[in-house]
Write a protein that binds this ligand. Structure first.
Ligand code: CO
Ligand code: CO
Length: 354
């Protein structure tokens, strides 16, 4: 009998934890020439989730791609996670995925059926998203990698950007945090089966329902929480919106076991890199130190972070719950100030909703 291949053994960092750090990236991107086109609505300058290009007054194309090394051992599940993660950037721009292409790197000496399962997992997610898979590109490589390039559509007036949050806005996050930490615990063979199952359930869930529900409300800013962790993505939103964001840790939904594993030091390296990226703007107040680790944990296929005007936040929260998102939703906090001299993130136990 053939021994089951553990896909994560190939990868030093799995999933979005393998991302290149935000500091390095922004330094490199600065050296690229600027691109100007009056129909380019979102380019790379604002570090948004995807690019958006206007085709007509009513239609714009969203273009994105995402791929990474195995974050779970099971091939079919890995395919699902990688595809859900890649599709998410279209949802994070407020769009609808339409066309997907596979991106594949796979070792020559590994059983091709494993790749077959990865592709099947990805294809099933594309189908669930209502998009079509139309091809792709594959090369031989020592470390397996998989992902998608996705094209989506959005109305040019209804694009969600990662900045623009305003004073008083409530921040909602649609998936619980902790996938990097739980995956680290799984690799160390210290995670409970329940934690592992929850992480897989979260990472394979499409952000489709979250986005479709949000579209019935006003959204001032949106991004998906992935490799830079909640603090990193909140930090980008705060900096780009010149806002001060208050996070109430009591309102954060965590995956089962995440806090316990973090306290045991089962923290992926990317979390520390993310902390360095926000250290100039972070005021951690008097919340327990473990919260800084939990909130900077790199997420793979994380939820959507919405900045919603306060008078609509409650109704949106209820609508998300009716759509089947329940305990996974965090009321992260609120925007305490916009147009601020010094943008920042403040951690508190509780943030009062006025
Ligand atoms: Co994103
Ligand atoms: Co991405």
């Amino acid at each position: 009998m053939q021994e089951k291949v553990r896909l994560t053994q190939f990868a030093k960092h799995g999933g979005c934890a393998a991302k290149i750090g935000p500091d390095t990236l922004s330094r490199l991107l600065e050296r690229l020439p600027g691109f100007e086109d009056e129909d380019l609505l979102v380019g790379f300058e604002t570090s948004d989730d995807a690019a958006v290009y206007r085709i007509t007054e009513e239609k714009a194309v969203i273009q994105t791609l995402d791929f990474f090394t195995p974050v779970v051992d099971d091939a079919y599940t890995f395919g699902q996670v990688a595809a859900a993660n890649a599709l998410s950037d279209v949802y994070a721009m407020g769009g609808e995925p339409k066309i997907a292409l596979n991106i594949v790197c796979f070792p020559e000496n590994l059983d091709a059926d494993i790749l077959g399962e990865i592709l099947r997992g990805g294809a099933d997610k594309v189908k669930e998203a209502g998009a079509v898979l139309v091809g792709g590109h594959s090369i031989q490589d020592d470390v397996p990698k998989y992902g998608l390039s996705v094209t989506g559509l959005v109305h040019p007036d209804r694009i969600y950007r990662n900045f623009g949050c305003r004073e008083g806005d409530v921040l909602l996050l649609t998936k619980q945090l902790g996938s990097g930490i739980v995956n680290t615990a799984v690799k160390a063979e210290m995670a409970s089966l329940e934690s592992e199952a929850e992480a897989i359930r979260v990472m394979t869930t499409l952000n489709r329902k979250a986005k479709e529900t949000a579209q019935k409300f006003t959204v001032h800013a949106c991004t998906d929480v992935t490799g830079f962790g909640l603090l990193g993505h909140c930090g980008e939103m705060a900096r780009a919106s010149r806002a001060v964001v208050k996070i109430g840790v009591d309102g954060i939904a965590l995956m089962q076991g995440a806090r316990e594993y973090a306290e045991m030091g089962l923290i992926p390296g990317g979390a520390y890199r993310n902390q360095r990226h926000v250290k100039d703007i972070l005021d951690a107040g008097d919340v327990e130190e473990v919260w800084v680790d939990l909130l900077s944990d790199p997420q793979t296929s994380g939820g959507l972070l919405f900045a919603v005007p306060e008078d609509e936040a409650k109704a949106m929260l209820q609508a998300l719950r009716r759509a089947g998102l329940g305990t996974e939703i965090s009321v992260v906090g609120r925007v305490a100030e916009s147009g601020a001299e010094n943008p920042g993130i403040r951690l508190r136990r509780k943030v009062e909703m006025r």
